[in-house]
Design a protein around this ligand. Structure first.
Ligand code: NAP
Length: 338
């Protein structure tokens, strides 16, 4: 493909400017089975060549390993990229099947120092609260995050999987540049309340898992059979057993539209989420995750596809027909608390 760089947009009124598609780096170190670090490095390099500048990680991914893996790339391109990382999640040391969520000030202060050290940078461009700890008032959490901005450790603030009310309360304390939540052809619950709130406040949406964690590309059907034993997707109700086969059948219109565009299924899924920017009237910067340069090229290619009204209408019923939730425990997501 030609190396035409993708356009840039601003996240939030005063937020960072970034290419209209970012890169999710989680799978380079964690969650989705074995990784090949040379391949992942090549994916990072190719993304940057194509104008992808928002790189998404978290201290939780590989318990710091993802930040450590990304550090040399980030340092080499410090002034060309937007580094986004997150705090709030960790594994229970006594039981790694359990996750701990913390939003209290001492935790945040430790977390930011840990991320800065692992990343080897002086400042984080976009710092997200990864998950909401309902035991801590959101004003207190964002108040601490705002202090980090004042101290020059963080430039811009983001929130992941928050409800519309939580977003409004947070934004009243300090401008929020972006909300990162799951948004795809298969996961549209944020359109009811979070998206309208983000539009009204001028906050950008950063859709995570825009490829439905790979399911929307058709690259696997039943996570229980097709993916390795340590793959997180085996725990997600919509990707296993009868749910998975019913959900695979929902991809038929995506396949037909892909054929009409000479595109892949994944490109249609990404074009759909990107087009929410015009449909819903807000800034949208999806962060598809891949560890392969060839897939970076393919995914970036989706930014040049525009779906017709008729195609959007054909895709409209899919999400409501999906069998199985996106998490086994939906209190882990905004939709479980709205
Ligand atoms: N805030 C949160 O709570 C949260 C939650 C989940 C994810 N995230 C962030 O969002 C990013 C993206 O989400 P995600 O990785 O969960 O899901 P995703 O982007 O929907 O899908 C990623 C999966 O799709 C595969 N894939 C990517 N491009 C492909 C293509 N063109 N053809 C076929 N398969 C393709 C990848 O495999 P390969 O890597 O092998 O290409 C990977 O298994 C993550 O990396 C992470 O940074 C945030």
């Amino acid at each position: 493909m030609t190396d035409v760089r993708i356009p840039t947009v601003r996240l939030g009124a005063q937020g960072p400017e970034a290419g209209v598609q970012g890169l999710g780096c989680m799978g380079m170190s964690a969650m989705y089975g074995p990784t090949d670090t040379d391949q992942a490095r090549a994916a990072l390099d190719r993304a940057l060549e194509l104008g992808v500048t928002l790189y998404d990680t978290a201290d939780f991914y590989g318990t710091g390993d993802n930040e450590r893996f990304l550090a040399p790339f980030f340092r080499a391109h410090r002034d060309e990229i937007v580094i986004a990382t997150k705090f709030a999640l960790s594994y229970d040391p006594d039981d790694r099947t359990k996750r701990i969520i913390r939003n209290d000030p001492p935790y945040i202060r430790d977390a930011v120092e840990g991320s800065l050290k692992r990343l080897g940078v002086d400042v984080i461009d976009l710092y997200y609260m990864h998950r909401r700890d309902v035991n801590v008032p959101i004003e207190e959490t964002v108040g601490t995050m705002a202090e980090l901005v004042g101290e020059g450790k963080v430039k811009h603030l983001g929130l992941s999987e928050v409800t519309a009310d939580e977003l409004r309360a947070a934004h009243a304390v300090h401008p929020i540049a972006a909300v990162q939540s799951e948004w795809s052809l298969f996961s549209r619950d944020i359109e009811a309340r979070v998206v309208p709130a983000a539009r009204e406040l001028g906050v950008a949406l950063v859709p995570y898992s825009p490829l439905g964690r790979g399911f929307l590309t058709g690259s696997f059907t039943d996570a229980g059979q097709d993916l390795t034993a340590d793959d997180f997707r085996r725990l997600q109700p919509r990707f296993t057993g009868a749910n998975a086969s019913a959900n695979a059948a929902l991809l038929e219109p995506v396949r037909e539209i892909a054929g009409a565009h000479g595109a892949t299924l994944g490109q249609i899924a990404l074009a759909w989420v990107q087009q929410r920017a015009t449909v819903d009237g807000l800034t949208v910067v999806p962060v598809p995750g891949t560890r392969r340069a060839s897939r970076v090229e393919e995914n970036v290619g989706a930014t040049r596809i525009t779906l017709t009204e008729g195609e959007l209408a054909r895709l409209e019923p899919i999400a409501a027909a999906v069998a199985g939730e996106r998490y086994a425990d939906m209190t882990f997501a905004s939709a479980g608390r709205e």
